[in-house]
Write a new protein. Sequence first.
Length: 365
Amino acid sequence: MMAMVLQHNKYVWRKPTMKKTLAFLLAALMCLSAASALAADPVKMDKLVFEFVPSKDADVIIQGTANLPELIKAEMLKHGYDIGEVDITVGADYNATGEGMATGAIDVGWLPGGTYALYSDEVDVILTATRNGLSNDSTDPRDWNGEANKTLKDGPQVTFYRSLIYAAPSAYGKELAAKVNAGEKLTWEDLDKASWGVMRTSSSAGYIYPTMWLMENYDGKKLSDLSTVATLGGYPDGFAQAAAENIDVIVCYADGRNDYELAWTIPVTDKDETGKSGMGRENSIWEELNVIGVTEGIYNDTVAITKAKPEIYNPEFIKALQESLIAIIGTDEGKAIFDVYSHTGYAVATDADYEGARKALEAVK
């Protein structure tokens, strides 16, 4: 192999030295290796199962997330993972999702902080949700009641939310609401006479933080100390029971009335635009479902991953999934999908972020 070099002001052909030849060959080999690495086949995975807890109607969640599998597959492929199938499911209840993740039957789950805390030995948090704050963050329940105090989702981005204790439009629920709206503090006897509807014990907004509210305001008494408490099948069931006046008090996240505002006043034979069944009430949910208690802030929902599968519970896969979900929710289509949970963004999270949720869970046992 000859090379042209400049010598004495003119170009001549000269055979390169062995050292230069080896250097050239080494550089070529490095280029080939780099190209080969770039062209390496992605890691193939047959199927991953992603599950949401049933904080909304299962049909609403499935319908709202219909395009999510293809978005996940496309983003993960950019990070070197070729996933054949992504299944989106909705848990029978919060604990069912946690238990499924603990066994590895569910790979990735959207869990409230309390549910995550309960199963954090078997699952690990990878992201926390951000959401639009509400127009109201008062700790005075009267400030939440009536059409004039209708809550809007137009506040700044926040990493927490609250749970509210609502009086239903039953005869006794109206009595409780009237006392609170008149500035009267409810007694334990007032609350104990009511029939309550709550979620499973791992639900942050539906059990843990309402229990803490009782403990702080009523000498350590808990939901389990009330005379009449029913564990409901989910928030949709809670609002339906309240609308039917079958129950006096329900507990739910603070923007629950926003989610059920349309369904509240349409016929029970109809569904609203999101698929929620009508509840047949005549008056506004803001007038009929009055707040009688406000909990402290609850750290936002998690995206968590099972520890049962080494092929996904590793730094490389977790980083790829974190970046993929953050990218998806950064698009208009992604924002529309995750609006089903009122999530507007995701941030990288660690287990230490949920130490408060673990302490809260321990406190209500």
